[in-house]
Design a protein. Sequence first.
Length: 171
Amino acid sequence: MKLGPALRHAWVGYQLRLDAEMAATGFARAFPDGRVLRICVRSPQATISDIGRELGITRQGASKIVAALLGRGYVTLTPSPADRREKIVGLTPHAVDYLAAQRQAVERIEAELEAQLGPEVLDSVYRLADALGGPDQPRMSDYLRGATGADEPGPGFDSGGSTGSPAARQA
């Protein structure tokens, strides 16, 4: 098997495991783009336009995703004091519970993988993520190993964009 298909296969398998873990806690795959919730965690004053920019999609596209999240009880919308045409997207307690359950599910999956494969294999996976990401991408290994001190990866992990300077990422 070539690397690309192998990575795709691994990602699909990981997502299926995560979906099963989430379903066991009462959360089914609830929305098309959970990245919006993580954007709102990092940027509590994020508007629909801000979300669109970070996701690399139009405001209209972001608005559709936010509307789906609103309909499922994950977000609230409040008028922006800076621009009446904009709405600030906030998290509901349901979204906070979802994110906590997701974090616990990820921790369980990663603990199972580490027990099954050993920490050396996971370290190799982190190095592979860094090598594939290239010098213009955030260092996944820093996030995965907790070196950033962040609870969530930065914007570049969610949208594929770059965060910070290359020198800072190589520190």
